[in-house]
Design a protein around this ligand. Structure first.
Ligand code: ATP
Length: 327
């Protein structure tokens, strides 16, 4: 075991995602297994600033693997954006001798972690906890699989009512900068059109495909759109469709926050457990300031600055699959 890392704190930051608790559990129990002193920080960087830091043991994380949300709560902290704020936060770590931090969150949280490490030399590990899957260096993020499954369950129900009334449903799913939830849930529910920020939305193509399907008497029509689509989301699409094809019975459904909640899927519990374990191993082995991800089912480490800076691209295959399978 590394001589340096003896006291490790874990926090969850930014938007919550199902599986964060499983990750906290894995970090705490692995740290304890290796003889480290473990701490929890409440409400992300806010708790670090306000000294809301407490010791954790194996029992602190009992019976949480199946729970959505995060027992450490999460928040966004304005003060942490300032150097003075971070100085205050670091003083709270230092007075306890905390010499390693595991941050579970998205790219913003990782930017904060990177500053802790570059400005104050505190080794940090990032675990990708975000439903959007918008981080480079990992095939999965903690919470993504559960969010997709929640969206699929909801869209299946919408499809039943769309079918009963021969309606067109435009369903908006989460994803401010990334269309993965829309893509995965749209393909899994047989959506005719999937509109995502990574691909330019051509409204003429959407209208043409609806008209063509109408001619072929394809009655159930489903469009899944990511909230961050550059065209403006479900309401904007519906407005134009209603203007251009007024005879269609067009409805909008915005799934919203249900996608963040609920018990994590087995897949999310599994990757959270693996990543949490490897976060501690990584600290011990001196592999600091990296994000622990999973690529091709292998654990992969990506420097935090690269995980934040680089963008995942969506291969054109995915969009071709949507077109061919919806015909
Ligand atoms: P999500 O993907 O769910 O939005 P996130 O981690 O990207 O999660 P943010 O709100 O962007 O969420 O960031 C969470 C917190 O991380 C911020 O409130 C702030 O405290 C810290 N943070 C973000 N960016 C910076 C930055 N540039 N410098 C210092 N701290 C930052």
């Amino acid at each position: 075991m590394s001589k340096q890392i003896t006291k490790v704190a874990v926090l969850t930051s930014g938007g919550d995602s199902p599986g964060m608790n499983a990750a906290i559990r894995a970090v705490v129990r692995t740290g304890i297994y290796y003889g480290m002193e473990m701490f929890g920080i409440m409400r992300g960087y806010n708790g670090m600033l306000e000294d809301d830091i407490f010791p954790m043991n194996s029992r602190s994380v009992a019976n949480i693997i199946q729970r959505g949300g995060t027992i450490l709560k999460t928040a966004r902290s304005k003060e942490f954006f300032t150097y003075e704020g971070r100085q205050k936060a670091v003083a709270n770590l230092e007075k306890r001798g905390i010499n390693g931090v595991v941050v579970i969150g998205g790219d913003g949280s990782f930017t904060g972690a990177l500053k802790l490490s570059t400005e104050f030399n505190i080794p940090c590990i990032g675990l990708p906890g975000t439903i959007d899957k918008d981080l480079y260096g990992t095939d999965f993020t903690i919470g993504f699989d559960t969010a997709v499954n929640t969206a699929v369950e909801a869209i299946d129900k919408i499809r039943d009512t769309a079918d009963a009334h021969d309606r067109l449903f435009i369903v908006e799913v989460m994803g401010r900068h990334a269309g993965y939830i829309a893509l995965h849930s749209g393909i899994s529910t047989g959506a005719e059109n999937i509109l995502i920020p990574e691909a330019e939305t051509n409204i003429e193509e959407v209208i043409a495909s609806l008209s063509e399907k109408e001619k072929r008497k394809k009655l159930v029509n489903l469009i899944v759109v990511a909230e961050g689509d550059e065209f403006g989301g479900a309401n904007q699409i519906a407005k134009i469709v209603k203007e251009r094809l007024p005879h269609l019975d067009t409805r909008v459904s915005i799934l919203g926050h249900i996608q963040r909640g609920g018990s994590p899927s087995a897949m999310d519990r599994l990757i959270a457990s693996r990543m949490g374990y490897h976060a501690i191993e990584s600290l011990m082995e001196g592999r600091h300031n990296v994000m622990v991800g999973v690529l091709n089912n292998e654990i992969a480490y990506t420097p935090l600055e690269i995980a934040i800076r680089e963008k995942q691209s969506i291969s054109s295959d995915w969009l071709r699959i949507v077109k061919i399978l919806a015909s």
